[in-house]
Design a protein around this ligand. Structure first.
Ligand code: GLU
Length: 303
């Protein structure tokens, strides 16, 4: 391998990796809405069309966002929509040791940071305040020294993603509460469970450079990425649990599937979910998914 100070090279092609392992990794902050169903359906189809494995991982490290009823609601919705996963359900909170091991592998790249969110408000990136303060790690967040040009990459939906306008500042790998940050946990867990194809929402495009750098520093091969346009409401705001996008109604599973497939660029016959999914596996071609980061849909937001 080339020296660790070098950048990850851009080598992800348009093709899915061989021996495909994909995943759907919802944060259990609420039930599935039509936008998260679209992500689940696209990642399932991409895995099944490649005769690959499809895993479900519950990203439950952000305790204040976790809704105790959400996991069972999400799994029930996946089942009602015919989206069967392979093996057991994975949970990030079961794997804190491997996050800690990865953080210790980053070693001297990490430093403790005592800055509050308020102190950093309005800055487009971390100004390096605590880099050389030698603060104790206990009770503080840990950041990794980055300050490098954000690596670009080839995305199976978005094509070449140029990040040269961006610099990755020192970012958090372990939060003050002791849990791994989202980019650290997602990289470590994807690689630990063998995920080599990530199909997820384009709202995570901006976080991908941090993830590529982490994989590189940890000496791991990054997965191939496909970032799907996210479903937005009329005003352009992403549907999310946060803005109380309405939960999908499992009794209308074929209609929900038809809605997401049509947003993805497919026109399925309305039928039983199994029949619709079998049709969609045959038809699936990720190149037909609209490029761009937003898809307008007419979906209810529960205010
Ligand atoms: N858990 C993240 C979310 O629900 C997605 C993680 C990922 O796909 O990388 O937004």
């Amino acid at each position: 391998m080339t020296p660790r100070s070098a950048h990850p090279k851009e080598d992800n092609g348009k093709q899915p990796a061989a021996d495909y392992v994909g995943r759907f990794a919802p944060t259990p902050s609420g039930p599935l809405h039509i936008g998260s169903l679209l992500t689940a359906v696209a990642s399932w189809l991409d895995a099944r069309a490649a005769r690959g494995t499809w895993l479900v991982r519950i990203d439950d490290l952000d305790a204040p966002r976790v809704d105790p009823d959400a996991e069972s609601a999400i799994l029930a919705a996946l089942e009602s929509h015919g989206l069967r996963w392979d093996g057991r359900v994975h949970r990030q909170s079961d794997h804190q040791e491997r996050h800690d091991v990865a953080i210790s592998q980053l070693g001297a790249r990490c430093f403790a940071c005592g800055c509050t969110r308020r102190e950093l408000r309005g800055l487009d990136r971390y100004p390096g305040t605590c880099r050389d303060r030698g603060l104790p790690p206990d009770g503080n967040a840990l950041r990794v020294r980055a300050e490098s040009a954000a690596p670009g990459f080839t995305d199976r939906v978005q094509g070449h993603v140029d990040m040269s306008h961006r610099t990755v500042g020192d970012f958090i790998v372990r939060r003050r509460d002791g849990f791994a940050s989202y980019p650290l946990a997602v990289v470590v867990d994807d690689l630990a469970i063998g995920v080599n194809n990530v199909v997820r929402g384009a709202d995570l495009l901006d976080n991908t450079p941090e993830q590529l750098l982490l994989a590189w520093w940890l000496g791991m091969e990054a997965p191939t990425y496909a970032h799907l346009p996210v479903v937005v409401e009329g005003s352009g705001v992403k549907l999310s649990k946060h803005n109380r996008a309405t939960a999908i109604d499992n009794r209308w599973a074929p209609h929900n599937l038809a809605a997401v497939l049509s947003l993805l660029g497919f026109d399925p016959p309305l039928d039983r979910v199994e029949t619709m999914l079998a049709w969609a596996v045959d038809e699936w071609d990720i190149a037909r998914v609209p490029q761009g980061t937003a898809l307008a849909g007419f979906f209810a937001i529960d205010r």
